[in-house]
Design a protein around this ligand. Sequence first.
Ligand code: FNR
Length: 398
Amino acid sequence: MNRRFFSQLLTLGAGLFAARSTGATDTNDRAELTDPAHSAAPSNLPVTVSDFVAQAAARLPRASFEYVTTGSEDEVTLRDNVKAFRRIRVLPPLLHGVSTTDLSTTVLGQKISMPVLLAPVAALRMLHPQGVLASARAAARANTICAASSSALNGVEEIAQASDGPKWLQLYVPRRRDVAQRLVARAEAAGFSAIVVTVDLGERKDADLRNRFTVPKDMLLKHLRDIGYTHLTDQSSHIELIEFNAAAWDISLNMDFFKWLRGMTTLPILLKGVLSADAARQAVDLGLNGIVVSNHGGRRLDGMPASIDVLSDVAQAVDGEIEILMDGGIRRGGDVMKALALGAKAVMIGRPQAWALAAGGEAGVIRVLDILRDELTNAMIASGCSSVESVNSSLLRT
Ligand code: FNR
């Protein structure tokens, strides 16, 4: 493992030097990672998720960086998401005789190379010109799933055109049900293979208020038109579009919505934002296909528990009836192993994806997935796990 890891680093480092001296590059995104005007020197090649944070901070306008990085109010939940993983200790068996591991798994029947997916992240096009298109391509290259946010600022057809890899659409629900229905039908026709409905709504972050963070007019207009509000035109002012946007989404969803959605699509449906055993049981009873244990990365109601702290209660309530994903605070491959041990089928990454995209576009996202893959491989071999199925809670001392 170590040898593989270091040879990979050397290869990447050599690639960077070659690209600099010859000007040759694989892709525009890789060019950005290697262009000294844009990116870190080879000695600054990211080797951990946190290495991307400084690179993202150096590239993004402050308001965009803080939009990604901060959490709501006092950031209690945001901090706890990360710290809760640090509190969990791993106690692997001795003499386990394992020297290789297979990270591949399936999620909703889709085979993927490792149990790490890209979480839906809004406004990705403000972080990098290729936005979610780069994320979708990176996920395809890494052979995993991109769960694209309906607010990523690219339309579903564009995303499908950018990548034929596995894709889910995360839905914020348009208040006009005819628009919602058409959007889901368009996603299905474009080849998206599941709908993720996010139910923890209402973002109010101090940093965004101070920075007066807003989506630029042209991006907001395109976004609303992409969603299906095609009557909007350039004639509307930025303020009018902001007001329209504020009223365009249904933030009073209840479980009846899922009966409606179930009746109009055959795609699998996941409920994102579950933190309790009761909510998880409701999802099972509604006939949904999966849940995402999530507090939206500490961006919604501050004071909610860390996702990893409630995962095993949720898993117990679900009792294997539907698949469980989790997100919030994944910063190391070892965190992924802890989530699997506590009942997740796979995890999703939000900020790590966004920082990496800002730092290096598609190549950055590929790199962050590689880092997590290598760290997870290392953690699993050290824990005597030869496959993701063999990870269980006996490894942990909580
Ligand atoms: C998000 N998240 C999110 N979730 C969602 O369902 N739809 C969305 O549009 C967004 N937008 C969004 C923007 C930004 C900038 C971030 C950082 C996050 C939440 C995301 O899917 C995920 O739940 C968290 O990001 C997971 O926590 P970590 O990985 O950021 O710690």
